[in-house]
Design a binder for this molecule. Structure first.
Ligand SMILES: *[C@@H]1O[C@H](CO)[C@@H](O)[C@H](O)[C@H]1NC(C)=O
Ligand SMILES: *[C@@H]1O[C@H](CO)[C@@H](O)[C@H](O)[C@H]1NC(C)=O
Ligand SMILES: *[C@@H]1O[C@H](CO)[C@@H](O)[C@H](O)[C@H]1NC(C)=O
Ligand SMILES: *[C@@H]1O[C@H](CO)[C@@H](O)[C@H](O)[C@H]1NC(C)=O
Ligand SMILES: *[C@@H]1O[C@H](CO)[C@@H](O)[C@H](O)[C@H]1NC(C)=O
Ligand SMILES: [Zn+2]
Length: 451
């Protein structure tokens, strides 16, 4: 019996102790303390759109280095499929694959309500698109915390009846520096007003990556410019006395692949465009065949071009987690890395793009972080971007909603191991780190035995 007392191997008993004696959870953040304003840890999540993992090694990036030296870096970050902006930004703040959070593409059609979503139009402000999931800024506010958002995709949309406590209406013309000043002001407010969780978004280097192509030497200056922007943020945090308090995560939604005008697939060669609507565009195309034309369109596209795969929705590989949603179209086309799918050559062509398979190295984002919650000078090999959500919930001391990530996968990034992290069912629980928890739990079991 004693052997069972020490590690947390006997979960039914452990649960009973937890119910009987809340003192067991001393090590864990207290989720329901509501006398006065909670002294919550602070966290700022920053995304530089389209910042590929290897950009930091391409030119001197002293500000990224400073974060890595004082914090952590993850070399391989597997983001979510499709590797587009909206799906991945929503995965980061929900811990869910796109098929579950419902923002399955930048351009969508929902046959259940006969409506379309485009990140380019006001259709994206229709709450319905976002409400298959709950973003972290809503969850922390429901828990009594406060959040602030500077142009993160979806953060100016009302979701489950809420906006972030502080947010900016999306406007691409607002400078990075202005966004930073807003965020820093929100973190610096009085105790009652200060935000605990902030999200900050910047459109570059994605835009230049599309226009120039990632291989262009002109990208060097763009990347150096992003590093300077990061330096600006760090100095503003320091000026406000926040640099030791605010945990900072700097990451991105996806990488960027070099395209070529020699690598174009023209759908008009294979199938009459009257037979379908193309909902989402290159390099992963969502095809909605006209009524009764599914098999005909599919037969025309299957094996049509060696640089393109056509899947019927039900055959999309399981590992992509991109199938179970009405907003995923009946046929999905995926180009090989570097290839562009168009209807014909008169469409618009870009020198860089993303959206391809999320296991391709070129599609993967940068990830560095520092602050009191993080280890110092530590390099981790790999994580999945869905693991970011449980990590952020842990840092912010809030209970994560059901998600596809796992804190166990990323807890080595933390300066102290979560003492009572809730293990996901698929994984064994973490052994207790210190003796304190063991000493506390032992007398409880003796009580237990008398029940
Ligand atoms: C879907 O909406 C469009 C207008 O946006 C309309 O023309 C079409 O008839 C609708 N289809 C159905 C099946 O209701
Ligand atoms: C967007 O921001 C720019 C720069 O601050 C400003 O001049 C412009 O009026 C803003 N547009 C809207 C619609 O608020
Ligand atoms: C491509 O399609 C457009 C729209 O149907 C058409 O106007 C144009 O002539 C086509 N271009 C070529 C090169 O076939
Ligand atoms: C992802 O998480 C959600 C919420 O728990 C769950 O419904 C879904 O089945 C999960 N997806 C996978 C592939 O495990
Ligand atoms: C925990 O306590 C036991 C018994 O008191 C002791 O043998 C062991 O070394 C302690 N372990 C740690 C990590 O302090
Ligand atoms: Zn993007």
């Amino acid at each position: 019996m004693l052997s069972c007392l020490v590690p947390r191997c006997c979960s039914p008993l452990l649960h009973l102790w937890a119910v009987l004696l809340p003192i067991v959870s001393l090590d864990t953040p207290n989720h329901h303390q509501d006398h006065g304003v909670k002294d919550r840890p602070k966290l700022l999540l920053l995304s530089f759109d389209g910042f590929r993992w290897d950009y930091i090694d391409r030119v001197p990036t002293p500000n990224f280095r400073r974060i890595m030296d004082k914090g952590v870096k993850v070399e391989f970050v597997e983001n979510t499929y499709i590797t587009k902006t909206y799906p991945n930004h929503y995965s980061m703040v929900t811990g869910l694959y796109a098929e579950t959070h419902g923002i399955v593409a930048n351009e969508m059609y929902d046959p259940a309500v006969n409506k379309s979503f485009s990140m380019e139009t006001d259709s994206m402000y229709d709450s319905r698109w976002w409400e298959e999931a709950v973003p972290l800024w809503v969850t922390i506010q429901r828990d009594g915390g406060r959040s602030g958002a500077a142009m993160w995709p979806g953060s100016d949309v009302q979701i489950h009846g809420m906006f972030p406590n502080r947010y900016l209406q999306y406007n691409a013309s607002v400078s990075f520096e202005h966004r930073v000043q807003q965020i820093v002001e929100w973190f610096s407010a009085s105790k009652e007003e200060a935000v605990d969780f902030g999200v900050l978004y910047w459109e570059e280097p994605d835009e230049s990556g599309h226009n120039l192509g990632p291989q262009s030497p002109l990208m060097d200056a763009i990347i150096a410019g992003i590093d300077e922007k990061l330096g600006f943020l760090m100095s503003e945090l320091k000026k406000a006395g926040l640099d030791d308090k605010v945990n900072l995560i700097v990451t991105s939604d996806h990488g960027m692949a070099q395209l070529s005008p020699e690598k174009i697939i023209e759908l008009d060669e294979y199938v009459d465009r009257e037979l379908y609507t193309w909902v989402d565009k290159s390099p992963v195309v969502g095809i909605l065949p006209k009524e009764g034309k599914l098999d005909e369109v599919y037969a025309s596209l299957l094996d049509a071009n060696p640089n393109m795969v056509a899947y019927k929705k039900e055959h999309i590989p399981e590992r992509l987690h991109y199938q179970h949603n009405t907003r995923i179209m009946p046929i999905l086309l995926e180009a090989k890395e570097g290839w562009t799918i168009m209807q014909n050559r008169s469409g618009s062509f870009m020198l860089g793009n993303h959206g391809y398979d999320n296991t391709l190295r070129s599609m993967q984002p940068v990830f560095v972080a520092r602050g009191p919650a993080f280890r110092q000078n530590y390099v981790k090999t790999s994580m999945r971007s869905v693991d970011l959500y449980p990590l952020m919930c842990h840092i912010l001391s809030i209970q994560p909603l059901p998600n596809n990530g796992s804190l166990l996968n990323v807890q080595d990034l933390l300066s102290s191991l979560p003492a009572f992290s809730t293990p996901t069912p698929a994984h064994p629980p973490t052994p207790p780190k210190a003796n304190r928890s063991w000493e506390m739990s032992r007398p409880l079991l003796q009580e237990d035995l008398h029940l």
